[in-house]
Design a protein around this ligand. Sequence first.
Ligand SMILES: CC(C)(COP(=O)(O)OP(=O)(O)OC[C@H]1O[C@@H](n2cnc3c(N)ncnc32)[C@H](O)[C@@H]1OP(=O)(O)O)[C@@H](O)C(=O)NCCC(=O)NCCS
Length: 180
Amino acid sequence: MLRGSKVGLRARHVEDIPILRTELYDDVVNGSRAEAAPWRPVSPDSKDLRLAVDDTPPDRVPFSVVELEGGTLVGTANLWGIDNHSRSAHIGLGLLPAARGKGYGTDVVATLCHYGFVVRGLHRLQIETLADNDAMLRAAERNGFVREGVLRSSAWVLGEFLDEVLLGLLAEDWKPDTKG
Ligand SMILES: CC(C)(COP(=O)(O)OP(=O)(O)OC[C@H]1O[C@@H](n2cnc3c(N)ncnc32)[C@H](O)[C@@H]1OP(=O)(O)O)[C@@H](O)C(=O)NCCC(=O)NCCS
């Protein structure tokens, strides 16, 4: 398990799936805002990649996020779009509603940075998020990500085009112990 200061990132367990499906992926608004695809219902036996238990395909590594104290499941996190030639990857995360606003998101980003830069030897990590997602923007910036641009009207979300912000962090700029 990868350990942050508040949460740990461990392998996805089969028993995590119903909780993630019910609390994250059944939520039309959250699903529409967090995914670059239209919301659709996910059946219990779905092979949906977001809920895959193993780490195939190789360009995507899914984690379940747990509280360090007690091990309660609080969300999902993944490194995706891993490009071993340019040594870059994207970060994605989603916390169960009750787990938001407690600093866990900031800690997940820090832990994914450790995984990307130290464990995988990557050079660049990237995050795309809706321009109004203040919590995600802040969690990224707290870890040293810088805003590199606005992707105008790039996301179709429940009947309107929204802007996304692209943030990047290079290995040489990453300060693992400083979160602000
Ligand atoms: C986005 C998300 C991962 C952030 O994680 P979090 O644990 O809620 O965020 P944190 O508690 O670490 O807070 C990070 C910062 O944002 C601020 N913040 C938290 N919730 C906020 C909110 N609703 N509005 C504005 N700011 C907020 C915090 O005060 C903190 O700022 P600070 O560092 O200046 O103190 C989480 O809210 C979430 O899962 N949301 C739904 C799914 C989603 O949007 N995923 C990202 C898709 S790209």
